[in-house]
Design a protein around this ligand. Structure first.
Ligand SMILES: [Zn+2]
Length: 332
């Protein structure tokens, strides 16, 4: 198992809590997607459950407990999240997970549960585990994982210790990519596209995705704007992910993220705060900041719709229509 890179702040916070014997019962880990929050929670759990002699929060890796955590079969560690095909975190998933916290530990002194996708919990499901938050069984720890604080329910925010995670530095993203066996020649390019998210970088390593990315920027910059070519290209690309809606959504959102990063960079070039080093940004910058900001908003809205389970093709067609209006003609 490869080491955990980055996130020195959260790590230090947990190390201080363990050293002072003041570990809390419920932590809410917040930060962007794909930066390793769940991986971090599993590593903390591994160290806390380690039966060897962990050094601070580094699990020994050799005791009877550590391999069970790595294999996802440790009896005192439960993990759950939103199933891919569901639009919310089901109450049953939450109940099943929190009920494990009420059991006595099988091996040691603790029970740990990790609940991902907290952005997708509704009031009813949240109520199902407020009791675990308010009257935790001794020795239990709950790690909750979400993205932004404004997407969390106040009832949960007020009962957890919040731990914020930032995007990784380029150096740390590169280390994660090396650990995942990425070719050294590819790493620089992927790190530049990753925006501090190794999850995003690994997804972008797929050659089909790199090809579409180039085609997408070329079509966005084409004069006159070619609405049907852009939408057809998007739809073919999405279908390349297979027939399953979750896979199509993941693919669409990955590329919408890339488009938004390109547009933000083009805005900076257009207002003169960045040199046009990136070819995509320099060409798009001709449309001027107002049109680019509207185009950015069109992508953000499509991303939001897809996130909320509006069908991918519908969301993308609305976006391209709006782009047609933003990019009707270059400003200069
Ligand atoms: Zn161990």
């Amino acid at each position: 198992v490869s080491p955990l890179h980055g996130h020195a702040g959260p790590r230090a916070k947990f190390e201080r809590a363990v050293a002072a014997n003041r570990l809390g019962h419920a932590y809410l880990l917040l930060g962007p997607d794909g930066i390793g929050k769940k991986r971090f929670a599993v590593e903390m759990a591994k160290a806390l459950l380690c039966e060897g002699s962990p050094v601070g929060l580094m699990a020994c890796g050799r005791c009877a407990s550590c391999p069970l955590v790595d294999a996802g079969t440790h009896p005192d560690l439960s993990q759950a999240g939103k199933p891919e095909d569901k639009s919310e975190l089901p109450i049953k998933v939450v109940r099943d997970l929190t009920s494990t916290l009420g059991l006595s530990p099988t091996r040691g002194r603790r029970r740990i549960a990790i609940l991902d996708d907290l952005d997708w919990i509704n009031e009813e499901a949240a109520n199902a585990f407020l009791k675990s938050l308010e009257e935790p069984a001794p020795g239990t720890i709950l790690f909750l994982i979400g993205t932004a604080a404004d997407r969390q329910l106040p009832t949960i925010l007020s009962r957890c210790q919040i731990v914020r995670f930032d995007r990784l530095t380029d150096d740390d993203v590169a280390k994660v990519l090396l650990d995942h066996g990425q070719k050294a020649t590819e790493i620089d390019r992927l790190v530049r596209l990753a925006d501090g998210s190794p999850g995003q970088a690994l997804a972008l390593a797929d050659p089909a995705i790199g090809e579409f990315r180039a085609a997408m920027f070329a079509l966005m910059a084409a004069v006159p704007f070619r609405r049907s070519a852009l939408i057809e290209s998007w739809l073919r690309f999405i279908e390349g992910a297979g027939k399953e809606a979750p896979a199509q959504r993941t693919r669409a959102r990955l590329l919408l993220g890339q488009a938004m990063a390109g547009l933000r960079s083009a805005v900076r070039v257009a207002v003169g705060s960045e040199r046009g080093d990136v070819a995509d940004a320099a060409t798009l910058a001709r449309y001027g900041p107002d049109a680019l900001l509207q185009a950015l908003e069109a992508h953000r809205q499509a991303d939001d719709r897809i996130d909320r389970r509006v069908p991918v093709p519908v969301s993308l067609e609305a976006m391209v229509d709006r782009l047609g209006r933003c990019f009707a003609s270059p400003a200069a």
